[in-house]
Design a protein around this ligand. Structure first.
Ligand code: ZN
Length: 143
């Protein structure tokens, strides 16, 4: 199930205001040719789109939050999907009352300010996502 990986480059930086968070993280991984690794970030969003995977219907349902939110935490992994670097990230977001929203980070979430840290992993064999019959999701192979 688990493979040993070694940490390679570590990158950190600020994402531009108005950028789309997930799309920008995907672009950065492609530009830096990071095909496996991890991502963490914090900051704030002007709007967010959160996915929730409906396990019965096997479809993502989306929650659109058109409001200012803090990124309490973003944690994600980087692997390959269709041969390209692909970020899978989950976020915890807080509102002005400190209440949390959370879920699967979807395209269309807009940055107010964001600081991101990426760690590249070196692997013997690529982590390429493929269709998983049991869940209906695009997941890593088990070997
Ligand atoms: Zn997810």
């Amino acid at each position: 199930m688990l493979r040993e990986v070694t940490a390679g480059r570590r990158l950190m930086g600020r994402l531009p205001q108005g950028a789309y968070l997930l799309e920008t993280l995907n672009d950065l991984c492609a530009e830096e040719n990071i095909t496996a690794g991890e991502v963490r970030a914090l900051g704030a969003l002007t709007k967010a789109v959160l996915g929730f995977y409906n396990q019965q219907n096997r479809e993502y349902e989306y929650l659109n939050l058109n409001r200012s939110l803090e990124i309490v935490s973003l944690i994600g992994d980087i692997s390959l999907k269709d041969g390209r670097p692909f970020v899978h990230a989950h976020v915890s977001l807080s509102d002005e009352r400190g209440q949390l929203w959370g879920g699967h980070l979807a395209p269309g979430s807009e940055v107010f300010a964001c600081e991101a840290m990426l760690v590249e992993y070196q692997t013997d064999k690529p982590f390429e996502r493929g269709f998983d019959q049991g869940t209906g999701l695009l997941l890593w192979p088990m070997d």
